[in-house]
Design a protein around this ligand. Sequence first.
Ligand SMILES: [Fe+2]
Length: 202
Amino acid sequence: MNILPVFPSLIIREKIEDYDKYKDELILYAYEQEKKDPDGLKNSKNLGWQSQHKYANSQNPVSSIVINLIKSILNNKNIFDIKDLSKARMQMWININKPGQINNRHDHPGSDLSGVFWVKSLKKSGDLMFYSPNYISQYNQMNLIKDEIGKKLFSTRSIAFEPLEGTLVLFPSDLSHAVPENNSDEDRISVAFNIDLRNCLT
Ligand SMILES: [Fe+2]
């Protein structure tokens, strides 16, 4: 018998090998930005501090490190066929979530790919949870399939990604996600982004 997991949502995970070289600079920069704009962007979905969405189109430590990593993924010709990535439009912002804070479930309408890069996180800082777009339409099957088969085929209600420092997760923007409570005793700092690829199609 064959069971084929057709029409998947592709989630890409990539990390910076020598992240320790950049970590302190990024943490310092994130707190500097929070100090300059303590109110940040008010967002009911994110109960922590969120910066303005202004970091993609200027020279700063966040854009130079995270955008280079994004480029290394999207310009990988073994995976994508994007002729001119400079036509992509990007928004990028910084999140600081203190212990106890959460990011409510949301998605990123109007964008093609979204992602997060963990600047500072611990095992208990809160997993990135993705929720299946098929949860309602395939509810009965999803609840009746054996756990090990469901997990093997990614046919589950949700999937958790551990927040790993120096690691980036790239996902389709319509994929619903959330981060539960930061149960560590330190801030979780991340950089998030949206990428609009429509101009890359021509
Ligand atoms: Fe998000």
